[in-house]
Design a protein around this ligand. Structure first.
Ligand code: ADP
Ligand code: MG
Length: 622
């Protein structure tokens, strides 16, 4: 193939990424090496996979490897692999256009987060561009495995909006990336710098990474392998140190921080497989950006051959924070994603993964509460999705949940359902909770008054996901979970009697309020919930909490309109004032304010805020 040099523009979003990369990513610039090695390793994985069906692709060069070298005179660093390589079209598609939605998400994340840290780049599938953090010109020479020597491609760019393409002869398959270092980046010309970066970030890449031995201040003829180059998960646990596990995690997860915990298991039997699963200490950026699509993080190997990223096939959504490796012995090597999705063996592996992760979390909760708290802060809300999604494990997941509580420590989410049950009063059969849109709103709700008076603990839930989750968690350990605002209260006989008497005595007042409020309420009744406040809203079992209805409407969804039931505390001075008030318009103001304050504390939307303010002012001045 002969082709003259052709210049093309980067796609707009790629150009934006490059601009960001070259202008604002200063911290941790050394990350470029990890990213280029990771791409080289992916390319070797891909070739090994393709060669199962087409062994001739490996022809003449069966030992996949990655070579890193430097040239002090030319001021270049070179990363070369003999992996799958790229055709011309692939070069354009993979490094000239948006290869994945990661580019867009990276831009969003970078503009949302003022900090611009090069460490993040690999998490978004735009790692290649990190080359431009240290280089002002990048040259890629590549040839697709199986293509003739004449179909080599040279790609070159200064990262400023354009790149050039040229066809040329390349004797060997694979990809060479040459970084022409910027002024001031000479530290990367030191072989020991490169070597220590490789051992730090890429030690557990499963292919040998080689560097030339230095001779007279220059790369010599002899090469040495500088990484461990083994599939870590295939070793016996006793031979793997914590450091090994951590450094493998970092290269696997493109993370800079240590993992919080991991679980490494081998299952032998009719179907054998190995799992090595990690829980990160902090949410990866992807997860924070709400990226539920295109889940990455769990690599599927079959007999040590990398097959694909199979997070979606092997982990349920609510465990999407888990990173790791599954290596199966008995799956067919030519499996496709479609086959995977229907594969029975895979179902078994998936449930084993879930079990391992839940086991690990239980162990953390029991033995290392501080680590568990770190986990819960980062991923507790993600885990809650499991209550809805994973019926089979609902009880196990519920056991791991932690909540704020009227008997807990402030807003901290530390109380488990088992803690709650352990403190229940004799005869108490219900786990009580309240939902609101903030901790303060939950804690300050008038609905809690009767519970406080009786010393009954109430779980305080204020995460957006709680209300949704609770829809699928009506029972735990044989105890009913119930919202304090809904249904019947835990009244004893004496309470009930008192309640009936109070209702009877308040009949004229209830009648008056119903008249005054008219269409605004479904009913007015005497509350058993209140001791200090004058009024609150009561919900029937199937009614949506008012704060949730408001959130839904704010998000542009339909929420059922339902008239509130007002509960009152007839002993409160305000109620006595309504009863005594002879002036009808004054009494109407008071009645409406009683309803409106109940709506406000329940987090509902006031139907007529201006009317509320006018009423309040009339009462304040009157
Ligand atoms: P990611 O690796 O997450 O896909 P990158 O920005 O690091 O994102 O790389 C973009 C794409 O460029 C890769 O997906 C791959 O298709 C291609 N690529 C990069 N480096 C190589 C390489 N050494 N060999 C073959 N293809 C490569
Ligand atoms: Mg990459």
């Amino acid at each position: 193939m002969t082709m003259t040099t052709e210049t093309r523009k980067f796609e707009a979003e790629v150009a934006q990424v490059l601009h960001l990369v070259t202008h604002s990513l200063y911290s941790h610039k050394e990350i470029f090496l990890r990213e280029l090695i990771s791409n080289a390793s992916d390319a070797c994985d891909k070739l090994r996979f393709e060669s199962i069906a087409q062994p001739e692709l490996l022809a003449g060069d069966g030992e996949l490897r990655i070579d890193v070298s430097w040239d002090p005179a030319a001021r270049t660093v070179t990363v070369r692999d003999n992996g799958v390589g790229m055709s011309l079209d692939e070069v354009v598609a993979n490094i000239g256009t948006i290869a994945s939605s990661g580019t867009r998400r990276f831009l969003e994340a970078m503009s949302a987060e003022q900090k611009t840290d090069a460490r993040l780049i690999g998490q978004f599938g735009v790692g290649f561009y990190s080359a431009f953090v240290v280089a002002d010109r990048v040259t890629v020479l590549t040839r697709r495995a199986g293509a003739p020597a004449g179909e080599g491609v040279k790609w070159e760019s200064d990262g400023k909006g354009e790149y050039s393409l040229e066809g040329l002869d390349l004797a060997e398959r694979g990809t060479t990336v040459i970084l022409h270092l910027k002024a001031g980046e000479d530290e990367f010309l030191q072989p020991w710098t490169l070597k220590s970066l490789i051992t730090r970030y890429s030690d557990h890449v499963a292919f040998p990474i080689r560097m030339p031995l230095e001779a007279d201040g220059k790369p010599g003829e002899e090469w040495e392998t500088v990484n461990a180059a083994s599939a870590l998960w295939t070793k016996p646990k006793s031979e793997i140190s914590d450091e090994d596990y951590q450094s493998f995690y970092k290269s696997l997860g493109h993370d800079f921080n240590d993992a919080l915990a991991w679980t490494h298991n081998r299952v032998e039997g009719s179907q054998s497989f190995t799992t090595l699963l990690y829980i990160p200490a902090q949410p990866p950026f992807e997860l924070m950006m709400g990226g539920r699509d295109e889940r990455k993080g769990l690599k599927l190997y079959i007999k040590r051959v990398f097959i694909m990223d199979a997070a979606e096939e092997l982990l349920p959504n609510y465990l999407r924070f888990v990173r790791g490796v599954v290596d199966a012995d008995d799956l067919p090597l030519n499996v496709s994603r479609e086959i995977l999705q229907q594969n029975r063996q895979l179902e078994r592996i998936k449930s084993a993964c879930v079990k391992r992760v839940l086991d690990l979390l239980e162990k953390l909760a029991r033995d290392e509460p501080e680590k568990f708290a770190t986990f819960y802060k980062a991923f507790g809300n993600t885990l809650k999705e499991g209550i809805v999604e994973d019926h089979a494990n609902r009880e196990r997941i519920a056991k791991l949940l932690r909540f704020a509580s009227t008997k807990g420590e402030g807003a901290a989410q530390t109380v488990s359902l088992d803690d709650y049950i352990g403190r229940m009063a004799p005869g108490q059969e219900t786990i009580w909770y309240i939902t609101a849109d903030s901790h303060a709103a939950a804690l300050g709700s008038p609905q809690l008054e009767a519970f406080k008076a009786k010393g009954i603990e109430v779980l305080l839930m204020s995460d957006r996901i709680d209300e949704w989750m609770l829809g699928s968690l009506s029972e735990y350990a044989g105890k009913k979970l119930q919202n304090v605002a809904k249904g019947e209260l835990p009244l004893d006989e004496a309470d009930k009697q008192r309640q009936e008497e109070a209702s009877k005595a308040a009949e004229p007042l209830l009648h008056k309020l119903k008249e005054l409020l008219g269409e605004r309420v479904k009913d007015v009744r005497v509350s058993a919930r209140l001791t200090d406040s004058p009024s609150c809203l009561a919900l029937s079992d199937f009614e949506m909490a008012p704060h949730l209805a408001r959130l839904l409407r704010e998000a542009g969804h339909d929420a059922p309109e339902s008239k509130p039931t007002l509960e009152i505390n007839p002993r409160h001075a305000l109620l006595q004032r309504v009863e005594a008030e002879g002036d009808e318009s004054k009494a109407r103001d008071l009645a409406n304010l009683l309803l409106e304050q109940a709506e406000i504390t329940a987090g509902a939307q006031l139907p007529d805020p201006a009317g509320f303010v006018q009423r309040m002012n009339r009462v304040l001045l009157g």
